[in-house]
Design a protein around this ligand. Sequence first.
Ligand SMILES: Nc1ncnc2c1ncn2[C@@H]1O[C@H](COP(=O)(O)OP(=O)(O)O)[C@@H](O)[C@H]1O
Ligand SMILES: [Mg+2]
Length: 257
Amino acid sequence: MFVLEVRNLRYAYPDGTPALEGVNLALEPGEKTALVGANGSGKSTLLLHLTGCLGPDSGEILLDGRPLGDDVDRARRMVGMMFQEPDDQLFMPSVLEDVAFAPRASGTPPREAAEKAAEMLERLGISHLASRPPHRLSGGEKRMVALAGILVSDPEVLVLDEPSASLDPRSRRMIIATLQCMKLPMILATHDLDMAMDVCSTATILAHGKSVLRGALPELFHREETLERWGLELPLSIRPGESSEERREGEKTILSA
Ligand SMILES: Nc1ncnc2c1ncn2[C@@H]1O[C@H](COP(=O)(O)OP(=O)(O)O)[C@@H](O)[C@H]1O
Ligand SMILES: [Mg+2]
């Protein structure tokens, strides 16, 4: 049985813009899958459906084999989403309070909620940020805190919208390493194909609101004509003449510049 399944999902925004025009996706227990596609292909719109923020015009979403229907609460409970802009989900005066917010909101007593939050910060290796104001953190730190705030509610599926967007190489590697260690099934929407290959075992290509191709990684991304056809760039790590070693050297140069 699939943890999450999307069947022929269609959605147009109220202004008439067609955003999803037939999306199919299935996630097995423990599977990490990448959702890749050019800008405007519908990645964010699809993720907003998975968390119940948007409802489809037609088609179906199933969680643990059961249709979601209008049960927005069930979607929120089961699916943890990291938004593209971490500032959209960080709003408490300190990191600890921010991570404790969800357990507090669901009725956990203050002290227990703070303990849970502190444990989660520890698990992600960011305890040192506990008393900092979230809006003063770096982009990478903000994303780690947002992740802590999601994981503390124990979601069954994690969905992430462009988690490496505008990160420096070091923060990007920290996010990648964290996601690699996690056992939770996840959908990683990104146009960073290198990150997709580092974290995920499968990928679905989205183009013009349709899921056009699904396959195993890294094999799927070795097909240059396929990627080009759907408006994607060949990942750096498999560009001819540039090994991943050379790329890492390149990153070091950037870091020490
Ligand atoms: N709030 C909105 N209102 C109208 N159209 C939108 C809105 N948000 C996104 N779109 C349109 O929906 C399509 C899919 O966008 P989006 O899901 O953001 O793609 P991606 O995340 O892959 O870049 C695009 O044509 C985009 O312009
Ligand atoms: Mg997007």
